[in-house]
Structures are given as structure tokens and as C-alpha cells.
Design a protein around this ligand. Structure first.
Ligand code: E4P
Length: 303
């Protein structure tokens, strides 16, 4: 578990260079932004109208869940979300896999609204086709930066990926904290230190080139496995603060409301949260119990 002392003065300095989310006279002027992680307009509308969110992230899986069954129907759903959220950002993910195809698709998605943010997978291209260029995502991010198009580098699981995406000009980076924790739950060997699936903690040298280190020891170990994603966010924020990198760290793949506090302690700039989790943010079992008592006792004043 990260402690409040983990929040660094360097990160506050970095955040002071960035656009404030609230006006000058607002008590949470430099507060984090909260996005809804859904493509379902029926979920987005009440959250946006209540001032709970000021951005949206989508991906092909979320669009499929929202009923999209063709590229055309995806575009209609995205257009509706962009119009509702304008001028707040909405991330739309590229589905093409070659540089030329992605740039063409990015132009199409960027033309849907001035608040479009183009989501670019940072890596994984050779998992789809071994002949693809591993740097496709970084190249696309760089060209879109040159074209002044806002981007969100997605599918980030370590700080190296986050740094390179920022270096390529990404506006946002999206580390997937929930999927990292899921990976530990599924792959950690129980007899070893928590996080062993992410880092070979028994061999600190990692000197052989077949020993791929996917994450630092800090991210992998040092606490309960569920914290690996939160530690990743803290590590990225620290590196960005060290170099005053103003790419925003967007904590993605959130599984529960406890992670929201953890991610804020880790210094995330933005949280993108499923609607189901957002619906719980104003509640706590003791708030419910307290409300019932106060309501009952207030009846004494009504007659
Ligand atoms: C958002 O940008 C991501 O695509 C999303 O948070 C992924 O979440 P998941 O791991 O629950 O699919």
C-alpha cells in the first residue's frame, strides 16, 4: 500500500505546469480529472450531467458491449458521445495495424469532433503478425503529435513503454492497473515473493538475454499482488516528475473503488473508471448507517 508521503513535491511542480481542471477560485483547481470508461451513452449521460466525469475513454471491446457491430455503427456511437462531452476529451481507439492504415483512420476519427483523442496501442503489433513493425505505435504517436492531434497511448504495462510513448509525443499514457493485477493473480507462483510473475526476483542481475524483465522489482514486489498496478502508476508518475514530462498519466483498467484512492495516492493525473464503480463513489456502509440515524432523529424536529 502506498503511503501519502509517497506524493512528491516534484509531481506537484509538474502538475502546476499542466492545464488546471477547475477554475482559479475552485478549491480543487489542480484536482485529478475523472473519465468514464464506457461507450454506453446511457451510462455516460447521467454521470456527465451530474458533473461526476469530464471525459470518456472507449475501446473496441467497450464499443462491442455498447452494441456496435460494424465500423459504421461504432462511428455513430462515438459521434454521439463526442457531441455530448464537447469540449471534454473522448478517447477513440485505432483498429488498423499498419502505420499508413492507422494514420488514415486517425484522420477520420479526429474529424468526428474537436474533442477526439486518438488512442494508439503502444506495442503488441508482432503478436498479431510477426512481420509487423514493433515501433508502429510509437511512429504513429510521433506523426500525430506533429499534426497537433491529441493522443492516448494505450496498453501500457511498464514504465519503459510509458516513457517512450511520452517521448513520441503522447498527450496521455494509459497504464492498465487491473490487468496487471489480474496477471499476477493468474501467474504468480504461490511459493515465491508476490509479483514473481512480473519480475525474476530470485535473480536480481537478470543477466541472460532470455530472462525478459517486464517490470521493475518495485512494480512487481513489495506488497500484495493487487498493488502491482498501483505501483506501476506511481513509478510512471515519478519518472515523469523527474523529467517534468507533461504527458498525463491516465490510470486505466480500474476494478474497484478502493483502487481509486490508491491511484490518487500514487499521483495519477486522470482516472478512467467503469460506470458501475463510479456509481459507488458517494457511498460507504457507514455513510448509509449514519444517514439512516440522522434521518430518524430529524423526525423529532418536524412536529
Ligand atoms: C481504457 O482506456 C482501457 O481500454 C480500459 O480501462 C481497459 O479496461 P479492462 O482491463 O477492464 O478491459
Amino acid at each position: 500500500m502506498l503511503k501519502p508521503s509517497s506524493i512528491s513535491a516534484a509531481n506537484l511542480h509538474r502538475r502546476r505546469q499542466m492545464n488546471a481542471v477547475n477554475p482559479e477560485n475552485h478549491p480543487a483547481k489542480l484536482g485529478p480529472r475523472i473519465f468514464a470508461d464506457t461507450a454506453d451513452i446511457a451510462e455516460i449521460r447521467p454521470l456527465f450531467e451530474a458533473g461526476i466525469i469530464n471525459g470518456v475513454t472507449t475501446n473496441p471491446t467497450l464499443l462491442k458491449k455498447a452494441g456496435a457491430d460494424s465500423w459504421g455503427s461504432s462511428l455513430s456511437i462515438l459521434q454521439e458521445i463526442l457531441a455530448l462531452l464537447d469540449p471534454y476529451p473522448v478517447s477513440l481507439e485505432l483498429t488498423e495495424l499498419t502505420e499508413a492504415g492507422m494514420l488514415q483512420q486517425a484522420t477520420e476519427l479526429a474529424s468526428l469532433g474537436q474533442n477526439s483523442v486518438i488512442k494508439v496501442p503502444v506495442g503488441g503489433y508482432q503478436a498479431v503478425n510477426k512481420d509487423y513493425d514493433p515501433f508502429t505505435g510509437l511512429k504513429v504517436l510521433r506523426v500525430l503529435w506533429q499534426q497537433n492531434i491529441q493522443t492516448n497511448a494505450t496498453l501500457i504495462f511498464n514504465t519503459t513503454q510509458a516513457f517512450w510513448a511520452a517521448n513520441a509525443g503522447a498527450t496521455y499514457v494509459s497504464p492498465f492497473l487491473g490487468r496487471l493485477a489480474d496477471y499476477c493473480y493468474q501467474n504468480d507462483l504461490p511459493e515465491k515473493t508476490p509479483g514473481n510473475a512480473l519480475y525474476m526476483v530470485e535473480d536480481h542481475k537478470n543477466s541472460r538475454d532470455d530472462q525478459h524483465v517486464f517490470n521493475t522489482e518495485y512494480v512487481a514486489s513489495g506488497g500484495a499482488t493487487k498493488d502491482a498496478g498501483v505501483r506501476l502508476i506511481h513509478e510512471i508518475v515519478t519518472v515523469f516528475a523527474n523529467y517534468d514530462i507533461q504527458t498525463e498519466v491516465l490510470a486505466a483498467s480500474v476494478r474497484n473503488s478502493v483502487q481509486l484512492s490508491e491511484v490518487l495516492l500514487a499521483g495519477a493525473d486522470i482516472l478512467t473508471v467503469p460506470a458501475k464503480v463510479l456509481m459507488q463513489v458517494a457511498d460507504h456502509p457507514l455513510s448509509s448507517a449514519g444517514m439512516k440515524t440522522f434521518f430518524e432523529d430529524s423526525k423529532a424536529f418536524t412536529s
